[in-house]
Design a protein around this ligand. Structure first.
Ligand code: DCP
Ligand code: CA
Ligand code: CA
Length: 382
């Protein structure tokens, strides 16, 4: 299956948040950072970049280059809040997200063909949500791997969107400076320039054995990247505390059959998300909101972690039986917490290979055709 990675990076993040929240700053050179003593520029608006102001530049230099700038100390608590909103939006597009900074992240969006026939549409949808919900712009890169996705997100900044399709890598990389490769800093770039290697294309064609003698084994990594090859996985680095899904119904549920059908659908979605993200959890929490908006949650902790639809469904069903009410139900949610990585807990012991094969098949179908494709009605009856 073709792997697709999206890298999303907010434009002029701190400065854009300030311009959004204070319309007087729109269109002006806004410079944020340490204003006193030896302070440096954290970031600045694109208007300020036209004057040559850059991140990490001493503030006195920024003042010299752009005396008419608006200089602000910044509000880090606010940026953290916006960052959380940004990540929440991303999390609705893929369970596999690796944040790199407050304002950027990788998403693995492999296998979402049903919802989005082209991964470009996912990036468009993400950028649209950020624009409408946060009133901010983000640039995105879509590509078969992390290196190319990050490179792509930077190509048309700000408010840019670039996709690199399989087969386009080399041509796109050929004329870019070698500084664009991960791991090549200024000093290395200088040393390579002396050998006549300035572009990624030149590096891709260089004699790596002779470069190895000068630079060491790292040259083989350069060669991979220079050819657009990068197998690193997107790693959700901070493990989520819980994973779940809830649904608000257009019409309140009243019959127990409706209730169980929807509970099963939720259990399957949560199971799928867990397996996709490589997690299993011990605590299952059911959330119910009644017609009156009264909301209750009930939890049960299992002796062993699970990511199995049936187990999640069975526990949720038991939990719902404990809740007695004559009211209709307008929302149901299932959350699994106390997560650990399922690879570590070997949830599928050898003896369980049939079930493992079944899940693998079901998950492949879901990945291709969407969460709703496989339904197992038999679970409703037991
Ligand atoms: N930041 C910082 N110090 C730095 C670099 C960045 O405090 N040396 C902060 C301010 C930035 C935020 O991190 O707003 C994101 O950094 P980026 O490098 O992504 O820069 P911007 O988002 O500001 O600009 P852009 O991504 O549009 O180039
Ligand atoms: Ca940014
Ligand atoms: Ca960034």
């Amino acid at each position: 299956m073709q792997r697709w990675i999206i890298h999303v990076d907010m434009d002029a993040f701190f400065a854009a948040v300030e311009q959004r929240d204070n319309p007087e700053l729109k269109g002006k050179p806004v410079i944020i950072g340490g204003l006193e003593g030896r302070g440096v520029v954290a970031t600045c608006s694109y208007e300020a970049r036209r004057f040559g102001v850059r991140s990490a530049m001493p503030m006195y230099e920024a003042r010299r280059l752009c005396p008419q700038g608006v200089f602000l100390p910044g509000n880090y608590e606010k940026y953290k809040r916006v960052s959380a909103q940004f990540r929440r939006i991303l999390s609705e597009f893929s369970p596999v997200i690796e944040p790199l900074a407050l304002d950027e992240a990788f998403l693995d969006v492999t296998g979402m063909e049903l919802l989005y026939p082209d991964p470009l549409l996912i990036a468009q949808a993400i950028r649209h949500r950020i624009k409408t919900e946060l009133q901010l712009t983000a640039s995105a890169g879509v590509a078969p791997n992390k290196f190319l996705a990050k490179l792509a997100s930077d190509l048309h900044k700000p408010d840019g969107l670039v996709i690199i399709r399989p087969g386009e890598e080399r041509q796109l990389l050929a004329n870019l400076p070698i500084r664009r490769l991960w791991g090549i800093g200024e000093a290395t770039a200088g040393a390579l320039a002396k050998l006549g290697i300035m572009t990624i294309g030149q590096l891709a064609q260089a004699d790596m054995h002779s470069l190895e003698q000068k630079f060491g084994k790292v040259v083989w990594e350069w060669q991979q990247l220079a050819n657009g090859v990068d197998d690193r996985p997107v790693i959700a680095d901070c493990q989520p505390k819980s994973l779940g899904k809830e649904t608000t119904f257009a019409v309140d549920l009243t019959t127990s059959e409706e209730l169980l059908t929807n509970l099963l659908a939720l259990a399957e979605k949560v199971g799928w998300r867990l397996r996709r993200a490589g997690y299993a959890g011990r605590t299952i929490t059911l959330k119910v909101r009644f017609s009156s908006f009264k909301t209750i949650t009930r939890s049960r902790t299992l002796p062993e972690s699970t990511c199995h639809d049936e187990v999640i469904y069975k526990v949720a069903k038991e939990l719902i039986k404990e809740i007695k009410s004559g009211e209709g139900i307008r929302l149901l949610g299932i959350t699994v917490s106390h997560l650990d990585s399922w690879q570590q807990t070997s949830l599928f012991p050898e003896t369980d290979s049939k079930r493992q094969a079944m899940y693998a098949a079901v998950d492949r179908l879901r990945a291709r055709f969407g969460e709703g494709i496989v339904k197992r009605g038999r679970l409703l009856k037991d």
